[in-house]
Design a protein around this ligand. Structure first.
Ligand code: SF4
Length: 331
């Protein structure tokens, strides 16, 4: 495993929910004490149900969501930033190094700007280029890398399909030369054939430009295809983190097993063995005591209702947050 580009140490994002006259004020624990290393040069998947905190975690790393506790560190060569306390001038530099690719290529692009202006905007806002010629040269370079036709730079976004729009979004995210990209459900809004095209583009850009990706997705089959590592989130916590092959070969957390069992099969004879979890995910404003998954876990025991499990080393570079992962491994 390469050295981490981004390290999280007990990172929390809590939102206050008004005030109480008596007792402590309620808080919504969107992210609660997450510790994680994202190795340099990796395609790192982050999966979980809607509401598990995936997007908030990605945004907290980019400093687009408020960090309320713990540390997030970005280390690249000489640069060593504590993201929770980054002063304004360093934050500006960090924004050149870390960018976001949005989910919806239809909503992410201004309909009033040409493709050239959309891609050029971050260069001008960050003061990276000084002349129009410099800006145009950089825009053409990155557009070609993202396999955009240079003649299209003069057109407006409405003239393009979803896949082409996502290439424009990717070009805009990469134009300042970042090293870390958060791709938040970046292929979820696209047709399956276009998804494969965009995923292949992201993988080739990763190698060409030496990028590190945090790839947020609810689609485990996509994650299996592109990611080197996967972290599984439930109710604001990481419950398992593992090399992708190991996670799919032998999932160790009951929640990971339930997620994997729900992947649709292409085999018409497969009658389906999806494991249905009882109930809904609890509210992060009032998470269960002990293990947060105990209200839905099919193998919960008394200890699970009191003791909080922490990520512990399991087999084959995997880490899991469960008191009884060893006992509950399928034979
Ligand atoms: Fe289930 Fe208990 Fe493990 Fe939590 S700690 S996942 S409730 S067995």
């Amino acid at each position: 495993m390469n050295a981490p580009l981004v390290s999280l140490d007990k990172l929390s994002v809590h939102y206050p929910l008004g005030r109480k006259l008596l007792g402590p004020s309620p808080v919504l624990k969107a992210i609660d004490e997450v510790s994680l290393d994202i190795p340099k040069g990796s395609f790192f998947g982050l999966v979980g149900e809607s509401g598990s905190g995936k997007t908030t975690l990605g945004r907290a790393i980019l400093r687009a969501a408020p960090i309320s506790g713990g540390h997030a560190t970005y280390r690249d060569g000489e640069v060593d930033y504590d993201l929770a306390t980054l002063p304004k001038d360093k934050l500006r530099d960090f924004r050149k190094r870390a960018q976001l690719i949005f989910q919806d290529p239809y909503a992410a692009l201004s309909p009033r700007m040409t493709v050239r202006d959309i891609i050029a905007e971050p260069l001008e806002v960050m003061g990276i280029t000084r002349t129009r010629q410099e800006t145009d040269k950089r825009v053409r370079e990155i557009a070609a890398k993202c396999r955009l036709n240079l003649e299209h730079l003069r057109r407006f976004p409405h003239a393009f399909s979803g896949g082409q729009r996502q290439r424009i979004s990717i070009a805009r995210a990469l134009v300042c030369g970042p090293k870390f990209i958060v791709a938040d459900e970046s292929v979820a809004a696209l047709d399956v054939s276009i998804q494969a095209d965009i995923l292949n583009l992201l993988k080739s850009l990763q190698h060409d430009l030496d990028l590190t990706f945090l790839f947020i997705s609810h689609d485990l089959s996509v994650v299996a295809h592109v990611c080197d590592y996967v972290a599984v989130m439930y109710l604001g916590s990481i419950v398992e983190v593992s090399p992708t092959r190991e996670l799919f070969r032998q999932p160790k957390h009951p929640y990971t097993r339930a997620l994997l069992s729900a992947i649709p099969s292409l085999d018409p004879d497969d009658t389906g063995k999806a494991q249905r979890l009882p109930g809904e995910m609890p509210s992060p404003a009032n998470p269960p005591s002990g293990c947060r998954f105990h209200t839905r876990c099919p193998v919960a025991q008394d200890r699970c209702r009191q003791d909080v499990p922490h990520l512990q080393d399991a087999t084959g570079d995997a880490r899991v947050s469960c008191h009884f992962w060893r006992e509950n491994l399928p034979a």
